[in-house]
Design a protein around this ligand. Structure first.
Ligand SMILES: *Cc1c(COP(=O)(O)O)cnc(C)c1O
Length: 488
């Protein structure tokens, strides 16, 4: 299968090359030229690893069956996911797809346990560079999941940039604990968009690329601009549908709605691709917080990043430039690279673009957007705990709140639950009406456990006792220098 750039100015490549490069040379994102159809009759019987192998094989035709089997069994091992890769919870009349049973307690683990293995296999297929320098911009959860996934992986060096003061204390401590000799995390004086723009600029820095090349190295990305991040995420929507069939929640062929708390538009895009591949999804609901640029884009056709940036209790959604929206525009325009390139050039130059009305008709029946302010999300946390004894994290709570207003009554609904509430104990306890002092956020894990009679994930409970690295700080203008210093 060929992978093409959304901007049409880079040659088509194989899956291995797309995953190794991360981003195309013309600044576009790689997408498969065509999407395969897939809807197995025995879906309800397939376990997670079997399903992942089958779906990976559809897209990775330059990987052998043995390579794919290795990648999948390593990524979704019982050591990484002792309670299973994903779990479903029936809360009221919604089905929650709990995606946070991996090593770092957020959905990013499902892709970032597979990606290093995909990259290693891809590296083995090509001649040339012997080491990958992987730059990551994180709004909190990708960082730790990438550090965990890549720690000790041969031929890789990984550098994570997170917004200083823009992640929860638990998220920061996760990034400063553990890791390998090949990993570093850096606090950048800026917000997530600054991290992402800075990393993209480094990828496009010809001089730096040449210097790396001379040292036998090349850049890659572990952000969801990398196709190797999106592919593993398609799997769990199929798996969830199969499990809903199995439990009798839905009948064969019944169309469900899927809601996803969204930031960079990666997770929901995977659901969009699943729908196009034939999974019976009626409508996707894209949930945002106060940084509701996607709500406006989907509902009014205006993508406008020139607006105030809010720091919220759902930091992984505090994003104004959602990279994967470019893949969506490319898709709904019928793979029109000229149109897509022009739209995103305008976004860079003028800070906004308008989607053609005709394109909005293409997705109107299948995708909608809504947002919830922090107070609404916190009210959802309190309400769901009071009614069901179930604890939502602040991101999932945004989704819950939006769904309450946008869902179709009676339609089975799957809500992606993207993180454990224990990653955000201060926000969750606050939402549950507890006074939060100025103490260490880690002591709040115990308070949350006591308050809700639930258990923190073992990896978070262990944080208190793990050795920590010193915090490295960096200003936006110093990123290049730091990368040269640490990676060359
Ligand atoms: C990353 C993240 C999101 C946003 O996902 P995207 O794929 O960037 O849209 C939502 N919730 C949590 C907890 C996350 O870590």
């Amino acid at each position: 299968m060929q992978y093409i750039s959304t901007r049409g100015q880079a040659p088509p490549v194989t899956a291995a090359q797309a995953i190794l490069s991360g981003i195309a040379a013309d600044g576009g994102l790689y997408v498969p030229q065509t999407l395969p159809g897939y809807m197995p009759a025995e879906l309800a019987q397939l376990d997670y690893a079997e399903l992942a192998e089958r779906i990976f094989a559809l897209y990775l035709d330059d990987f052998s069956a043995a390579e794919i089997a290795d990648i999948v069994s390593g990524a979704y091992s019982a050591a990484n996911f002792p309670r299973g890769a994903v779990r479903l919870a029936e809360i009221g009349d919604m089905t929650l797809l709990e995606l946070w049973h991996g090593p770092t307690a957020a959905f990013k683990d499902l892709a970032l346990q597979a990606l290093p293995r995909l990259l290693s296999a891809a590296l083995g297929k090509q001649q040339g560079d012997s080491e990958l320098v992987i730059l990551v911009a994180t709004s909190g959860d990708t960082g730790k999941a990438a550090l965990e996934g890549f720690a000790g992986v041969p031929h890789t060096r990984i550098l994570v940039f997170y917004p200083e003061g823009g992640v929860s204390r638990v998220q920061e401590l996760q990034m400063l604990s553990g890791g390998g000799a090949n990993t570093n995390a850096v606090a950048l004086g800026g917000n997530f968009d600054d991290c992402q723009n800075g990393v993209k600029a480094l990828f496009g820095d010809e001089e730096l690329r040449r210097a790396l090349k001379q040292a036998g190295k090349s850049f890659s990305s572990a952000n969801s601009i990398n196709w190797g991040r999106l592919l593993p995420q398609i799997v769990y929507y199929y798996y969830a549908y199969g499990q809903m069939l199995r439990s009798g929640r839905i009948s064969a062929g019944e169309a469900i709605d899927v809601a996803v708390p969204t930031g960079n538009f990666g997770n929901i895009l995977a659901a969009w691709y699943a729908r196009k591949m034939g999974l019976p999804i009626r409508k996707l609901i894209c949930a945002s917080n106060e940084n509701n640029v996607l709500t406006d884009a989907l509902e009014r056709g205006l993508y406008d990043r020139e607006r105030p940036f809010y720091r919220t209790s759902s930091p992984s959604m505090d994003i104004l430039i959602s990279s994967n929206f470019e893949r969506f525009v490319f898709d709904v325009s019928g793979n029109d690279a000229a149109y897509t390139a022009a739209a995103f050039a305008q976004l860079r130059r003028q800070g906004s673009f308008v989607l053609d009305r005709a394109l909005r008709h293409v997705y109107a029946e299948a995708m909608c957007g809504g947002y919830a302010a922090q107070a609404q999300a916190h009210a959802a946390i309190a309400e769901v705990f009071a009614r069901y004894g179930y604890v939502l994290d602040p991101h999932t709570a945004v989704g819950w709140s939006v769904v309450g207003r946008l869902r179709e009554p009676g339609r089975p609904l799957l809500l992606a639950s993207t993180a454990s509430p224990y990653k955000f104990p201060a926000a969750v306890l606050g939402a549950l009406g507890e006074e939060i002092g100025s103490g260490d956020e880690l002591s709040l894990l115990r308070r949350l456990a006591a308050k809700t009679a639930t258990e923190p994930p073992a990896s978070l409970a262990a944080l208190e006792h793990l050795p920590r690295r010193p915090r490295i700080g960096c200003q936006i203008g110093q990123m290049r220098e730091l990368v040269s210093e640490l990676c060359l």
